[in-house]
Design a protein around this ligand. Structure first.
Ligand SMILES: [Zn+2]
Length: 406
């Protein structure tokens, strides 16, 4: 077996293991040959054997792969998979070691002073919005056009299906046209689901199509729906280019998309920056509010995750924190706990517990500053080429190296 084949096989086996322990497979998507399909991988392989194979694969990579970006990308991903095994196998590992080991970023708590500064900014942009104080203004803001449950399902099947098609066109007009290259796009199917720890999820199905699921237990409004659609559509786009690169190069590792690696940091970062990529209008006062509210929500959710997982505080304390500092309703705070809590409702390890860092850090420390710099230097075509046409740029391990030319 060559190094790329080892890589895919290992990812599939780690997927079977994480699924057995947490109910969630680390394999987020697969569009490679049937021979390596993770569905057919060994289900009960001992962890020590998989770890041994990871070490053999790391050696094989060093021998076989000359492209340094590709090599570092794959080694970073394998290291993350190794950390997943250590974590779920019960090795002594702190939350900060976990976050750093998986995502190659540091676990930083935001100071209350920083949170205060964000709250001030939010107060300023909401000055003329209705409500007696900031909490009431945010509550009113959230309730405008609020939709959930059956009516959200109806919306998904009609208007939002159409909105997805329009966003696909925006990507063609504003990004692919600039790059001077195209990618097949068989579109995104929208579907309503319930009982999930997340609000929305892009399942890339291969064959250049995706299924976007929305959790209709959650409450959305016009703005959060729009933000979620852009975010999930960008995941679809990023996978389209990855599949195209896989078909063109035959590099097998591109055909498997793992969760909980350095890849996720960039993937969530680009998804959270899709609106800027597409130049979606910023004059709308509601968008200005979202631009202040979203970072506050992401930062307080990170702090709440640290309270729960690192400082071992109670769920009640984390809910209080999200309400008081993130200006969430009780209901929204409780829903966001599902994603960051150390265990899920069935008492199993919550696979997503370390994941919350990827969004904010991916956007703030990686994608957005590089995008701004490219924009200032008039280098956006090359920026988008690097992001979408070089899949090995898409990891927290390789991002800065991939943009050294800039
Ligand atoms: Zn995402």
């Amino acid at each position: 077996m060559n190094a790329a084949e080892r890589f895919v096989k290992i990812t599939g086996e780690v997927g079977a293991y994480t699924e057995r322990l947490t109910g969630v497979s680390v394999v987020d998507a697969y569009f490679g040959p049937e021979e390596f399909n993770p569905r057919t991988s060994e289900k009960e392989k001992p962890v020590s054997d998989i770890v041994h194979d990871i070490h053999l694969a790391l050696d094989a990579l060093r021998d076989e792969i000359d492209d340094t970006l590709r090599l570092e990308f794959m080694m970073g991903e394998l290291h993350s998979l190794n950390v997943i095994l250590d974590w779920l196998d019960g090795k002594e590992i702190s939350y900060s070691e976990l976050v750093e080991g998986l995502f190659h970023i540091s676990m930083e708590k935001f100071s209350e002073h920083e949170i205060d500064k964000n709250i001030e900014t939010l107060s300023d942009v909401m000055e003329n919005f209705p409500g007696k104080d900031l909490q009431e203004k945010i509550d009113n803001f959230g309730k405008e056009g609020e939709v959930t449950g059956d009516s959200l399902q109806k919306l998904l099947e009609t208007e939002l299906q159409q909105r997805g098609i329009e966003i696909g066109q925006e990507f063609r007009d504003k990004i692919y046209a600039v790059i001077g290259a195209s990618v097949p796009d068989m579109g995104v199917q929208y579907e309503a689901v319930r009982n999930q720890p997340w609000g929305g999820y892009n399942w890339y199905l291969g064959g250049f199509k995706s299924l976007n699921q929305f959790n209709i237990d959650r409450k959305f409004n016009r703005d959060t729906l729009q933000a979620t659609i852009y975010h999930e559509y960008e995941h679809h786009v990023s996978n389209l280019w990855r599949e195209k690169a896989y078909l063109k190069t035959g590099n097998l590792e591109l055909s498997i998309v793992p969760l909980h690696t350095g890849r996720c940091v960039i993937s969530e970062g680009t998804a959270d920056t899709a609106k800027e990529f597409l130049g979606v209008s910023e004059d709308d006062p509601r968008i200005l509010v979202l631009n202040a509210l979203n970072p506050l929500r992401r930062m307080t959710q990170i702090n709440a995750a640290i309270l729960l997982n690192d400082e071992r505080k109670s769920v009640e304390e984390a809910i209080d924190y999200l309400q008081n500092r993130g200006y969430r309703s009780r209901e929204s705070a409780e829903a966001s706990i599902d994603f960051i809590s150390p265990t899920n409702k069935e008492g199993k390890i919550n696979f997503f517990a370390p994941y919350i860092f990827t969004y904010f850090i991916g956007r703030t420390n990686f994608v957005y500053p590089t995008f701004l710099k490219a924009s200032q230097k008039d280098l956006l075509p090359d920026f988008f080429k690097t992001v979408y046409m070089n899949p090995y740029s898409g990891s927290s391990v390789t991002w800065n190296k991939a943009f050294e030319w800039m």
